[in-house]
Design a protein around this ligand. Structure first.
Ligand code: 2PG
Ligand code: MG
Length: 442
């Protein structure tokens, strides 16, 4: 299963922004692809996304240099390589680049090839991608976090908090998650229409946030769950991505809510969120504090870690060193996993493994600039990660991921498992004492 050629093209993501697609062709003629997504609220410790920065073309966003790097440097090094050797191939890519943040060749160039290799290997072996990636061990369908209202960098700061998400905590199957989400999503639309604020969608397909405070959205989410006929906290609950690094000024060490013209010390910002957890059915918070505010993370973790899931996204950037530090300092209990934050499939698998070994939850995630590539649905099942965050319940680039999980469910047949919100309860019960349970095995 040797690689005959590696090709790359400029294609476009869900924002219409250029991105990289790589295509690997084997000597046997099989061809697989990998498309790279792109963030808007990117963490400062992420691997580098190489863009041309030529203002005369695509407002500086074209990726022709990354594509040239694939043709000139990556392809010659990979021709003849056995595509099944993913870890060797990824190691080669890392070596070729030679920088800690993949800034020479570009993490977008490297990841496109890494994903294309995984896809091609599966195709050539006539195995589904999740089966190949997980070496036959992946059977757990993920519990989705689905965006109802999008704010922050994804909606021109109409709210400060970035993601208001729904978790169908009462669902007994993945298909029931889809139904509960459909009902609450539509109910939220009905309520917005009644208020006269149904204006459109944010970057990830969530409703455009027309609210006068951030907290008002929490009440709205609770109302939407009720309006759909469910019990908040039992059938469906709220998950937040505060994306607090975007609200933090390292100089003053304060967090700001521009919408409300308020600012907070780190301790006050933690208290605000602790209060929200007392008043609303919140089961998970991502990036409650900024990626440099480790003390703030420690403070909020000691208050909330036993009760809810606390996910580090910008804090960890899917980076093994940062995750290890977070585990040692015990500042969270979950890690957001994004392939393009680190730049290869192998390093992403290692990040998930480290997270699970610590008894923490990995949450596989899309980016705000997505593609139609269903890779992350396979990644979530392959690793028994247990959770998947993809944005809303509209728009093709989001629905393609949920639909892909449905396909995987059919493919797994009776082997498919769904443990729903017990993945959240497990983490809340685990407390602060380090490893409590090893990765879920079939
Ligand atoms: C996040 C993601 C997805 P972005 O912060 O978790 O919601 O956003 O891709 O813009 O970083
Ligand atoms: Mg985030």
């Amino acid at each position: 299963m040797k690689i005959r050629s590696v090709n790359a093209y400029q294609v476009y993501d869900s924002r219409g922004t250029p991105t990289v697609e790589a295509e690997i062709e084997l000597e046997g003629g099989e061809r697989g692809h990998g498309m790279v997504p792109s963030g808007a609220s990117t963490g400062q410790f992420e691997a580098l996304e190489l863009r041309d920065a030529d203002p005369s073309r695509f407002r500086g966003k074209s990726v022709f240099k990354a594509i040239a790097n694939i043709y000139c440097e990556i392809a010659p090094a990979l021709v003849g390589w056995d595509v099944r050797d993913q870890s060797g191939l990824d190691r080669k890519l890392i070596e070729l680049d030679g920088t800690p943040t993949k800034s020479r060749l570009g993490a977008n160039a490297i990841l496109a090839v890494s994903m294309a290799a995984a896809a091609t290997a599966a195709l050539a072996q006539r195995r589904p991608l999740y089966d190949c990636l997980g070496q036959g061990r992946g059977t757990l369908l993920p519990l989705p976090e689905i965006q109802i209202v999008g704010g922050g960098a994804h909606a021109h700061w109409r709210t400060d908090v970035q993601d208001f998400l729904l978790v169908a905590t009462g669902a007994k199957s993945f298909q029931e998650v889809m139904e509960i989400t459909f009902n609450v999503h539509r109910a939220a639309g009905d309520l917005m229409a009644k208020r006269g604020t149904l204006y459109g969608v944010a970057d990830e397909g969530g409703y455009w946030p027309e609210f006068s405070t951030n907290e008002a959205v929490l009440q709205f989410m609770t109302d939407a769950i009720l309006y759909a006929g469910y019990t908040p906290g039992r059938d469906a609950a709220i998950s937040l991505d505060i994306a607090a690094s975007d609200l933090y000024d390292p100089q003053t060490q304060r967090y700001s809510f521009r919408l409300e013209d308020r600012s907070f010390t780190s301790a006050q910002f933690a208290d605000l969120q602790i209060g929200w957890c007392e008043r609303y059915p919140i089961v998970s918070i991502e990036d409650p504090m900024a990626d440099t505010d480790w003390d703030g993370w420690s403070a909020i973790a000691s208050a909330l870690r036993h009760r809810i899931q606390l996910i580090g996204d910008d804090l960890f950037t899917t980076n093994l060193e940062r995750i290890r530090t977070g585990i040692e300092r015990n500042v969270a209990n979950a890690v957001l996993i994004k392939l393009n934050q680190i730049g290869t499939v192998t390093e992403t698998l290692a990040a998930i493994d480290m997270t699970q070994q610590a008894g923490w939850n990995p949450v596989v995630s899309a980016r705000s600039g997505e593609t139609e590539d269903g890779f992350i649905s396979h990644l979530a099942v392959a690793t028994n990660a247990g959770q998947l965050k993809v944005g809303s319940f509209v728009r093709g680039e989001r629905m393609s991921k949920w639909n892909e999980v449905l396909r995987i469910e059919r493919d797994l047949g009776p082997n498919a498992r769904f443990i729903g919100s017990s993945i959240l309860e497990r983490i809340a019960k685990s407390g602060a004492q380090g490893p409590i349970e090893l990765p879920l095995e079939p």
